[in-house]
Design a protein around this ligand. Structure first.
Ligand code: PMP
Length: 452
């Protein structure tokens, strides 16, 4: 079959049979079909090359084509293709120990396949922990508006982005939402730190109103990623951790995006000194996207309650593929590369200077705020700096299309309340070369200046 004919037939089959995630069906536009990846770049079916400025879905942290990772999967598949975690296997044992070491505490990990499942698992563990700790009434979870915690119904209930929930409600009972530490559009006033601390105190207010004896946990990302890259002051997480401790509420930190170096520390919570979460959930960067894997790590205080011999207190939770041997082998190799290549330090150093360069854009009328940590950036676009009216759908779309025309893929998000999807998202692979990163910065800058 000739190449053009094959492409046409693939597009037809795609439109008829392949249901795309989070995408409107569009009769007129053709899907972008990726065919080959190399480092931070990919080629589509037309032979056009693009720099992936969002690491797939913020997961392709080491870029395409790492032979060592592919070899680890191959060797594991040939050696022990599948083994359940009702029993045990070596890659899962080694990975659970490695995760505990990276978290700098004593943690025990339950493996699943995705970030959503990792969060679902956290909710079940938290509720069961409180029950087995003599506090059966503690079942509610608090998360923040703008947060995204996954697509399955429990995780979606913690997700507080209206558009992602509409048509699927009612959500699972027991999930409450509070304002995010979003000082740019603060509900609380004061400078950034004061506003963030008031947002933290609001959590305590809700715990008091609901009754601490009804609240199981607070779930949050250290930096809200999918809700518009919101970077609170370091004190915010410390304050939330204190509030949780005081009220016997578990602190669940969703590190699905921020884990494994994305923000310039191994985990995002490590930016707030002294904070040691009760539960940490992971996915994406755990394998750099090479194979699916989710993980829910709990501290020894929680695990103790599942350990007593002779008592029927085991976790009633199972996942056929969770902790698949090949996925664990890939995760181990991925972490080995991150450590050997000093990826976290590199992201921390280069991230500072990239953020500095992007911050120059603030001189443009349409740039409201530039936020970021490590290799995670959000540029909030407005129509008017004084009123902070969000940039229009059309303006956002034009910028993303112009970047794509120049060979750069970036994203957008923010609040899914209509009209507030006005933050440009940039999250390149952590292994991007300096040349790649220069291309990202120059392209975004040139597009934003051209369209000003
Ligand atoms: N938590 C966060 C912070 C996420 O960004 C995501 C996915 N974008 C998830 C959880 C859910 O992960 P998954 O898509 O692997 O289920």
């Amino acid at each position: 079959m000739k190449a053009e004919v094959k492409t046409k037939s693939l597009i037809e089959q795609d439109k008829e049979h392949l249901w795309h995630a989070m995408s409107r069906y569009n009769e007129k536009a053709n899907p972008m079909i990726g065919t080959k990846g190399e480092g931070a770049w990919f080629t589509d079916i037309n032979g056009d090359k693009y720099m992936d400025g969002v690491s797939g879905l913020w997961c392709l942290n080491l870029g395409h084509g790492r032979k060592e990772i592919a070899d680890a999967a191959y060797e594991q598949m040939m050696n022990l293709s599948y083994f359940p975690l009702t029993l045990s296997h070596i890659p899962a044992i080694e990975l659970s120990a490695k995760i505990s070491e990276l978290l700098q505490g004593s943690y025990t990990t339950f493996f699943s396949n995705s970030g959503s499942e990792a969060n679902e698992t956290a909710f079940k563990i938290a509720r069961q922990y409180h029950t087995q700790n003599g506090n059966q009434g503690k079942y509610k979870f608090i998360s923040r508006y703008r947060a995204y915690h996954g697509s399955t119904l429990g995780a979606l209930s913690a997700t507080a982005q209206a558009n992602r929930r509409v048509k699927y409600d009612p959500a699972v009972p027991g999930f409450l939402h509070v304002p995010p530490p979003y000082s740019y559009r603060s509900l609380f006033g004061g400078d950034a730190q004061e506003s963030d601390l008031l947002a933290a105190d609001y959590i305590e207010q809700v715990i008091n109103w609901e009754g601490a004896d009804t609240v199981a946990g607070v779930i949050l990302e250290p930096f809200i990623s999918g809700g518009g890259v919101i970077i609170p002051s370091k004190e915010y997480l410390k304050r939330v951790a204190e509030i949780c401790k005081k009220n016997d509420v578990l602190l669940i930190v969703d590190e699905v995006v921020s884990g494994f170096g994305r923000t310039g520390k191994m985990f995002g919570f490590m930016h707030s000194e002294g904070v040691q979460p009760d539960i940490i959930t992971m996915a994406k960067g755990l394998t750099s996207g090479y194979l699916p894997l989710g993980a829910t790590a709990v501290n020894s205080k929680i695990y103790e309650k599942f350990k007593e011999n002779g008592v029927d207190n085991h976790l009633r939770h199972i996942s056929t593929y969770g902790g698949h041997p090949a996925s664990c082998a890939v995760a181990l190799k991925n972490i080995e590369i991150i450590e050997n290549e000093g990826i976290v330090e590199r992201v921390s150093q280069l991230g500072q200077s990239i953020l500095g360069e992007l911050r120059d854009l603030i001189e443009l009328d349409k740039v409201g705020e530039v936020r970021g940590a490590g290799f995670l950036y959000g540029i909030e676009l407005v129509e008017d700096k004084a009123t902070k009216t969000p940039a229009s759908e059309g303006a956002m779309g034009a910028i993303i299309a112009a970047c794509k025309n120049k060979g750069l893929i970036i994203g957008r998000n923010g609040d899914t309340v209509p009209g507030y999807n006005n933050v440009l998202i940039i999250a390149p692979p952590l292994s991007s070369t300096e040349e790649d990163l220069r291309f990202v910065i120059d392209t975004i800058k040139s597009v934003l200046y051209e369209q000003s």
